[in-house]
Write a protein that binds this ligand. Sequence first.
Ligand code: SF4
Length: 365
Amino acid sequence: MTETLVDATTHARIAGLGARVLSGGAVAREEALWLFKLEDSGDIFDLLSWANRIREKFKGNKIHLCSIVNAKAGACSENCNFCAQSSFYQTGSPKYGFVDPEPVQEAADEANRNTVTAVGLVAAWKGLNEGPMLDEVCDRVRELKASGKTRPDVSLGIIKNQKVADRLKEAGVECYGHNLESSRRFFPTTCTTHTYDDRLETIGYLKKAGIKICSGGIIGMGETREDRCDLAFSLKEIGANVVPVNILNPIPGTPFEKNEPLPVLEILKTIACFRFILPRQEIMIAGGRTVNLRDAQSMIFMAGASALMVGNYLTTLNQPVEKDLQMLKDLGLDPNWDSHGFSDQEETGCGCGKENSETEMATAK
Ligand code: SF4
């Protein structure tokens, strides 16, 4: 009988990197890029299995659930090429002014019923300055916090002033959503009405105010694997606490409407690579999950995801929350998330990975 020789080189290299991250070490950019470039499905499943172990080691079986309220819809002054709410594109997406208290309380009630940790108020505008609108935003945040039902989060665009961030913190904002979207290199392909540095500057103000950072990006916009890799290292460098991975759902009328969907294995591999680079962060699968992953949705956890956006997205539908909760139950995962202010992300010893990252925050200071 002839023995089949097995080339274990790739298998062993993935295992070596996985074991290093499990023991508190970090992957370098070139090592991570090699993971992003894996093509063979057997190798990708190897990678997923290590990403799953890393998730279990650093996050246990807890899954952090978030939901969002479209707190001000449509007619946005910005030209983000993926977005249904930009005034630059005809998409038929709804338009309305800043939300009243009732819909926010209803969202909090629903989140509470479904073990959802946070409700985020998301506004379609460039950003927020001092003035009556900031007062109104702070009122909604205070009401949400007073209800005691969920963690009040917001995503309100660009901030150009420390006082705005400080006032949001005083009102009770715990976590602010502000994606880097992609790599610095690819960002101008997604938007030209504001810059990557505007986003970094905003994150700098928020961190100084003591607000936790929810920042990630969108994959499937035409970016390269290098861009995805650089995004993950930039998120590590800015100290993002929650990292939303959105998968482009091409909206008719937007410049990205004809983008080809990413293959499912490419999406799962990207999530796994993010888990290797960001072992302690909440990696949250957000927009585009249902439409892009279909029957493979439950595999996001094996790929290393530890958080889920549930309920409908800003302008598109998601599967019912009940179905997501059943999926978690079937996998032995627990939505009763409580990491005491993200204290589980504190690192001890080596493993910061700073030596491997772009020096993004230098421009943010
Ligand atoms: S992503 Fe945000 S800033 Fe960009 S167009 Fe949409 S609502 Fe406006």
